[in-house]
Ligand binder design. Structure first.
Ligand SMILES: *Cc1c(COP(=O)(O)O)cnc(C)c1O
Length: 426
């Protein structure tokens, strides 16, 4: 059956409403095309994309190199399952492990699956290497975390919408406050059965909460002291987004592609997704060194699509683009400029309290209650003015454009944002 042609946004929204589950509340923009930092709706209106599919599209929409790699591989061999080998997976694993500095990679598809994988590895490591008694392993997580939507992952969320009526919940998780090394140390001291500390280097969904500069290193040191795995969920923050190859790279100042500089805090388990494919295909991965990864043996974990040749080819191309186009460096530069220009505005503003973030992962906090519709209304007005962004947690608006943004485009975007905000000043 040929797909019926959609003639208006209204028509497309109605179809979704009638035939699709209502598990999202999207802004009413119906997009039909994307290129670089721009997307177009079915009426032909052009927008700057300031969400980048939650930081999956770091390399920009429909990057020709990534799309080319995907086409080429898809027309040659798309899926073998892991019952057999394919001639792309090993090369991808070699490339990606060297790129990020780990011994081994376990390929999955979505972010939540990769988080589940990391949890399984950490638990198994605790039983087989640390000597924790079976079924007693504990994983420490942070309040207001976001790690995905599976049953186990929502078991340790404190977002009521994400959790309510999905129980019984998976046990084995303890929550501590974010950005609180003392709380982490107390939790590890109190419980010898802790397998890992699972943490976002910046809490994206929670509203781009950016911890103290030394939080990652302190957390890692505490984990090392108590023989606990430091597990970094860099699904949103990783791959150039925050101005380092990873957010655990901290405030790197290297001008070349992210080398292992002094400020780098190496996780024991690194979780990647989203921009690992530039948003072209679901590709996620867990990386670790041998002493951790080797606890997983045949039959103990897997996925039919994980490590498929298309995913492998797409991921290599996506990582190439980050390096070749120096997108990490651009994110750092453009991010600094963005926060400086926004700060200039905010100083005189009643409607915005602050801008925070790192690289091109930023958010503004609106001066109104989280229950108000002000942030939503601002996003609707931004849409009218040609820029797409989405509120998170009521009164926070996240700004995360593709990293291919030029300075001229960024200044244009700041003008759109500030002139829109002016309409809302009290
Ligand atoms: C998006 C995200 C996930 C979940 O990824 P999915 O691909 O949506 O399953 C997990 N952790 C973080 C930090 C994320 O931003």
């Amino acid at each position: 059956m040929p797909l019926p042609k959609i003639n208006s946004s209204e028509e497309a929204i109605k179809l979704e409403d009638q035939h699709g589950a209502h598990n999202y509340h999207p802004l009413p923009a119906v997009l039909s095309r994307g290129e670089g930092v721009h997307v177009w709706d079915v009426e032909g209106n052009k927008y700057y994309d300031f969400l980048s599919a939650y930081s999956a599209v770091n390399q920009g929409h429909c990057h020709p190199k990534i799309v080319g790699a995907m086409h080429e591989q898809a027309s040659k061999l798309a899926l073998t399952s892991r019952a057999f080998h394919n001639d792309v997976l090993g090369a991808y694993e070699k490339y990606a492990t060297e790129y990020f500095g780990f011994d081994k990679l376990l390929p999955m598809n979505t972010g939540a699956e990769a988080v589940e994988t990391a949890i399984k590895i950490a638990r198994k490591w605790a039983y087989e290497r640390k000597g924790v008694k079976e079924t007693e392993a504990e994983i420490i997580v942070c309040e207001n975390n976001f790690h995905g939507r599976t049953t186990t992952v929502i078991s340790f969320s404190n977002d009521e919408d994400a959790r309510r009526n999905f129980g019984p919940y998976t046990p084995g998780f303890t929550k501590i406050p974010y950005d609180d090394p003392e709380a982490l140390e107390a939790a590890l001291k109190a419980n010898p059965n802790v397998a890992g500390f699972l943490v976002e280097p910046i809490q994206g969904e929670a509203g781009v909460y950016t911890p103290a500069d030394d939080f990652m290193q302190k957390a890692k040191d505490i984990c090392s002291k108590y023989n606990v795995l430091f597990m970094a969920d860099e699904i949103q923050t990783g791959i150039g987004r925050t101005g380092g190859l990873l957010a655990v790279c901290g405030h790197c100042t290297c001008e070349a592609h992210c080398e292992r500089q002094e400020t780098y805090t190496k996780p024991d388990i690194l979780i990647l997704g989203k921009a690992l494919s530039g948003g072209n295909y679901p590709v996620s991965a867990v990386l670790a060194d041998n002493e951790v990864m080797d606890v997983i043996q045949p039959g103990q974990h897997g996925s039919t699509f994980g490590g498929n040749p298309v995913a492998a080819a797409v991921a290599v191309a996506a990582l190439d683009v980050i390096r070749d186009e120096q997108l990490t460096q651009n994110a750092r530069k453009m991010g600094k400029l963005f926060r400086r220009l926004m700060d200039d505005y905010i100083r005189e503003s009643n409607i915005v309290n602050l801008v925070r973030g790192r690289g091109l992962l930023n958010a503004i906090v609106i001066n109104d209650s989280p229950e108000s519709t002000t942030a939503w209304d601002i996003c609707m007005a931004l849409k009218e003015n040609g820029l797409l962004a989405k509120p998170t947690h009521g009164n926070i608006i996240r700004f995360a454009p593709p990293l291919v943004m030029s300075e001229e485009q960024l200044r244009d975007c700041v003008n759109i944002i500030t002139s829109t905000l002016k309409q809302f000043e009290k």
